[in-house]
Design a binder for this molecule. Structure first.
Ligand code: PLP
Length: 395
């Protein structure tokens, strides 16, 4: 393992401080490193592998598509893309889909959609977008420009222009940023990287009302919190609020790199047209066969029910740890997207967990994040908390 790590460090650009293990295979909710050590996985590739590893139906669907047709071009139709788009429309209640290769690209598309929508209305080229402090939307320039964390942006200035930041869950601060140039508000329904902060119902409803009043588009980034993670197919579906544009990725392909941005018919009719946007790979047959199978499996396996049930159990189990350890300040989250905020950096806890065969990740320096496969059971939660409890007692 050490040799591979050294070779990795001499060949890969050092943009990650990686944990010192080489993962080799996965089975259910477990991962194995090259030396055969087994890890209970409460990260799932950062909210990606919803069904756990080695799901036979999913793997078979991909293999069949590989043998049939992997890639064409968006200049032609293909069957998996039609199937995937139909199912995604049904699951989301949105009307039009554009497939991308990643989350960041979905955010780029959403931003272009908002600007084009506004431009068609008034022809101005100085429209503004309101984004949230502590948000995360990805690493490309548009996505980075609406990411409310200077740490990610500083060395890469200038960003795209005309972005204003408001405080999440503070409606007055959003109001204060509205001008006659504002064309959209973008936010995560549940902030992920920023530390697991769910939007409050009043806040999201308030922002929706402001968007209606000023004809601004509400863009909800569901890349991490969507696809069942919060106990509904998309997190906003629990709020009684519908976005104009939505982004999706991570668990959408369950491991095949793919994302999407979706919009209502009204926005679709009044924004991007032929020639305005494109992608070579986006929505190719292989990626769309994955999406299509993923959406089938969500229904067949009653994934949302499991998230609700086990999510509640996870909340209770984590609440017990909050009670037990003074340095854990609070738990936040919805369903199987949970965070424990500590009064100190959680890196040493994650390291210790890894030693004991549990994979966890942080969300910001002081928050332990729990985004396990959506098929976990109460027994898996018990196994996780047993190891975590031990780690916490040792730090
Ligand atoms: C991960 C993430 C992104 C970026 O997705 P990539 O596929 O890494 O480009 C954007 N928004 C949110 C909320 C995310 O969690």
């Amino acid at each position: 393992m050490q040799q591979y790590i050294e070779e990795a460090e001499s060949a890969l650009l050092h943009t990650y401080n990686r944990y010192q293990i080489v993962l080799d295979k996965g089975e259910g909710v477990y991962l194995y490193d090259m030396e055969g050590k087994k890890y209970l996985d409460f990260v799932s590739g950062i909210a990606v592998f919803a069904f756990g590893y080695g799901n036979k139906e999913y793997n078979d669907a991909l293999k069949a598509q590989i043998d049939k047709l992997i890639h064409t071009s968006n200049y032609y139709y293909n069957i998996p893309a039609v199937e995937a788009a139909k199912k995604l429309k049904k699951a989301s209640g949105m009307d039009r889909v554009f497939f991308t290769n990643s989350g960041a690209e979905a955010v780029e598309g959403a931003i272009k959609t908002a600007r084009k929508y506004a431009w068609l209305k008034d022809g101005r080229t100085d429209h503004e977008i309101i984004a949230m402090n502590h948000s995360f939307h990805g690493r490309t320039f548009g996505a980075l420009s609406v990411t409310g964390n200077p740490k990610y942006r500083e060395a890469f200035e200038p960003m795209i222009g005309n972005i204003r930041f408001a405080d999440f869950n503070d409606l007055e601060s959003v109001k204060a940023q509205i001008t006659d140039k504002t064309c959209a508000v973008i936010m995560e329904t549940v902030q992920g990287e920023g530390g697991i902060y769910p939007a409050e119902k009043e806040f999201l409803k308030g922002v929706r009302a402001l968007c209606d009043e000023h004809d601004m588009l509400l863009i909800l980034d569901e890349i991490q919190c969507g696809m069942g993670r919060c106990g509904s197919m998309f997190a906003w579906q629990k709020y009684g609020v519908k976005p104009d544009v939505m982004t999706c990725a991570k668990a959408l392909g369950c491991g095949v790199p793919v994302g999407a941005f979706l919009m209502t018919e009204k926005v679709g009719q009044n924004s991007l047209k032929a020639g305005d946007h494109g992608t070579t790979y986006g929505g190719n047959p292989l990626a769309c066969a994955a999406i299509s199978k993923v959406l089938d499996l969500f229904e067949e396996k009653h994934i949302i029910d499991n998230v609700t049930k086990v999510g509640e159990y996870l909340e209770k189990s984590l609440d017990q740890l909050v009670q037990k350890y003074d340095f854990i300040q609070t738990r936040r989250g919805v369903g199987l997207m949970q965070g424990l905020e500590c009064d100190r950096p959680v890196g040493p806890i994650i390291e210790k967990a890894l030693e004991k065969g549990l994979i966890l990740i942080n969300a910001g320096a002081n928050v332990l994040r729990f985004v396990p496969p959506l098929v976990i059971t109460r027994e898996d939660v018990d196994a996780m908390t047993a190891i975590l409890d031990q780690c916490l007692s040792e730090v």
